[in-house]
Design a protein around this ligand. Structure first.
Ligand code: NAD
Ligand code: UD1
Length: 314
């Protein structure tokens, strides 16, 4: 039998990463997870315990990925494709710690691209973000919109996109950057104040605790279910579409206030809503234009917000 194609997933023990690993394993790939377990968990990958097609390697991407992958490629052959998800994921954390964000998010991307260049990797798919746009005047926001990020996180994601383009253009590394909007779903960890809002709100509403809304709650986000995001990632891993940048969202937006009320209702209405001052570095409105992902890769988000919330609560 020919060897299985090897896909490396950086950040594969995290929320989006573990769902990506599930899909790749289900479709017959060999998968190598590189993760430092700062927010990711081994339990997210527990269903594959003992499966010889999955290797989980503790690796901090700020130290590079050559040493972590060398023993495995010796055994199983070259890495064919890379999904690069490992990152510091909080906008607010990046405002307080800009150097950490740059080292992990921009520096980590450079390490991944250096490996891809040296080993002739056939595709690098990078998790970029809607945060690259900053505060835009026109919604839905299309990929051509001038990027003016308002946080170190957005700056480092944009810098990473530029690095992808440079490696594709100058070194011939095929790359695709996906600008995820606000991803939610099962396994999103609610345990930190920096966690995604839906993970925090569902966790607290289930326990009947108050929900805190930063600002007046009129800020909007385009919440996309993790299963739809994974379909985008897997489609982008294929050949073609190099140097493409595409939004991954639904094309819909909801205010944080309305989101809070929806979640409280779904959980039986026990929680109260409280307000706290708005957080620095955050954007006000966000909604993706989604034509490019549909036209280039045939991927359209299919899960409604309420269905996704039910799946998350279940
Ligand atoms: P997550 O925190 O669950 O996943 C990040 C993973 O990266 C974790 O497993 C963590 O342990 C790992 N990691 C962090 N620093 C590392 C390091 N130095 N070395 C190795 N591994 C490290 O978050 P997520 O929501 O799954 O995010 C995945 C990617 O998607 C990130 O790049 C994030 O910026 C991007 N993204 C997420 C969203 C969202 O709404 N969740 C939206 C846009 C972009
Ligand atoms: C999120 C992602 C980021 C991604 C970006 C893309 C996380 C932690 N962050 O950032 O990686 O690049 O989407 O758009 O996954 N809020 C409250 N109460 C809370 C928590 C949050 O009101 O308890 C509000 C925030 O002030 C913000 C909104 O909810 O206005 C969303 O916050 P958050 O989930 O942290 O996401 P983003 O900052 O949009």
């Amino acid at each position: 039998m020919p060897p299985l194609p090897t896909v490396v997933v950086t950040g594969g023990a995290g929320f989006i990463g573990s769902h990506t690993v599930d899909r790749l394993m289900e479709t017959g790939h060999r998968v190598v997870v590189l993760d430092n377990f700062s927010t990711g968990k081994r339990s997210n990958l527990a269903r594959w315990a003992g499966d010889p097609a999955l290797d989980i390697v503790t690796c901090d991407i700020t130290n590079g990925i050559f040493a972590a992958l060398a023993p495995l490629t010796k055994l199983h052959g070259p890495v064919e494709r890379i999904v690069h998800l490992a990152a510091q994921v909080s906008v607010v954390h990046s405002v307080a710690n800009p150097h950490v964000d740059m080292t992990v998010n921009y520096g980590g991307t450079l390490h991944v691209l250096e490996y891809a260049r040296a080993h002739h990797v056939k595709k690098v798919v990078f998790a970029s973000s809607a945060a690259v746009y900053g505060d835009v005047t026109q919604l839905p926001v299309a990929e051509e919109t001038a990027c003016q990020p308002v946080s170190p996180y957005g700056i480092d994601k944009l810098a990473s996109e530029l690095a992808l383009d440079y490696y594709a253009n100058v070194h011939g590394v095929p790359t695709t950057a996906l600008r995820f909007f606000n991803v939610f779903g099962p396994r999103q960890d609610p345990s930190s104040p920096y966690s995604g809002v839906i993970s925090i709100f569902t966790d607290r509403a289930r326990a009947g605790k108050p929900l805190t809304i930063f600002g007046d709650g009129s800020q909007t986000r385009d919440f996309v279910f993790v299963g739809d995001v994974v379909r985008g990632i897997v489609a982008a891993l294929g050949d073609g579409n190099s140097r493409m940048i595409a939004n991954v969202g639904t094309g819909n937006e909801i205010s944080v206030g309305e989101l809070a009320r929806t979640i409280v209702d779904l959980c039986g209405g026990k929680s109260t809503l409280e307000h706290a001052p708005p957080r620095a570095g955050e954007i006000l409105k966000s909604r993706a234009r989604v034509d490019r992902l549909r036209d280039a890769l045939g991927v359209v988000a299919q899960t409604s917000l309420v269905d996704g919330l039910r799946a998350t609560l279940a």
